[in-house]
Design a protein around this ligand. Sequence first.
Ligand code: FES
Length: 173
Amino acid sequence: MWLAAGRAAELDRPGTFITRDVAGASVLLVRGPDGRLQGFHNVCRHRGTRLCVTDAGTFAGSIQCPYHAWTYGLDGALLAAPQMDEAVGFTKADYPLRPVACETWDGHIFINLSDEPPPLWEQIRGLPQQTMHRRGAELVAEIERSRGEEAPPAAECPVTTTLPAPSTATAWA
Ligand code: FES
């Protein structure tokens, strides 16, 4: 199941992050250098230490475990694993942060802990139509407030557009 996890605007530049506790799991949401929002389990691949203990903040280019300093890129790739270079058979590429599915719709972040989640749009199908009237009314109210006028009742909202069904989840981002 997809769960609302925050607003994309909270992560407004590369390196910004938030953490969320969901069903006993800690999830780390990070804005990558390419602007993409990514979700990871907030757990080091070495000994399972929680990587990030604060609710929000900004990483300075990488994510470093406080225990033995394994260091991950903002894309979750393991960049450095001190004292593991000599370990036979150890390959950094085998130990990226474990991903958590993450999508956005209408500025809302949704996460899904399933390994193979269904597309977000399957769960929120119909939501755009259900909320369009309210969102239209909010927009009219905001315009009227900016003019110093009182907003009309929601029933008089002139927004009647019906959104087309999306073909993919990315169409909703
Ligand atoms: S537990 Fe994270 S580096 Fe060892």
